[in-house]
Design a binder for this molecule. Structure first.
Ligand SMILES: [Zn+2]
Length: 159
């Protein structure tokens, strides 16, 4: 484990042909805070990379050795908290997406219900209109048949 800061050039000891080093700071328990030059090609993920390095600082002092585990413990705690927070955030995002989906479905249902209600109200209006017109026709027929019916009977009466 290390942190990288600046680029420097050296001229010997490399296992690669780059001959360029990066100044790094060790974060290991044994050499915590101790700076060193490490090959630019080095990678913690590769066993094949050039492993050339040279210490810049002297050994970490005894107090540094005693403090390092505490710092590592705190780093580990912060890292665990960060991971837990990220998981909670992801869960919250998932719940939010689920809630949005449910809200969208509810809105669609509400729109469909509103449309069905409007269609039903239109039907009721048409039935009422048809009922009114039919009763009006019956009423008119009744009035005319009463008024004209009498004349009809008188006209049809035989002498
Ligand atoms: Zn190298």
């Amino acid at each position: 484990m290390s942190s990288t800061t600046t680029y420097e050039s050296t001229s010997s000891g490399h296992m690669c042909d780059m001959d360029r080093c990066v100044e790094r700071t060790s974060l290991s328990i044994r050499n915590f805070g101790r700076r060193f030059y490490g090959c630019q090609q080095w990678s913690p993920d590769s066993d094949q990379a050039c492993k050339f390095f040279k210490w810049l600082d002297k050994n970490t002092c005894p107090r540094g050795h005693a403090t390092t585990p505490l710092v590592h413990k705190r780093f580990a705690r912060y890292k665990a908290e960060a991971i837990a927070t990220r998981k909670e955030r992801d869960k919250a995002h998932a719940r939010e997406a689920e809630a949005r989906e449910l809200l969208w479905i509810a809105k669609r249902k509400a729109e469909k219900t509103k449309l069905a209600l409007q269609i039903a109200e239109d039907k009721v209006y048409k039935y009422r209109l048809a009922l009114f017109l039919s009763w009006t026709v019956v009423g008119v027929y009744f009035v005319f048949s009463t008024v004209l019916g009498g004349h009809g009977h008188t006209q049809l009466r035989l002498p």
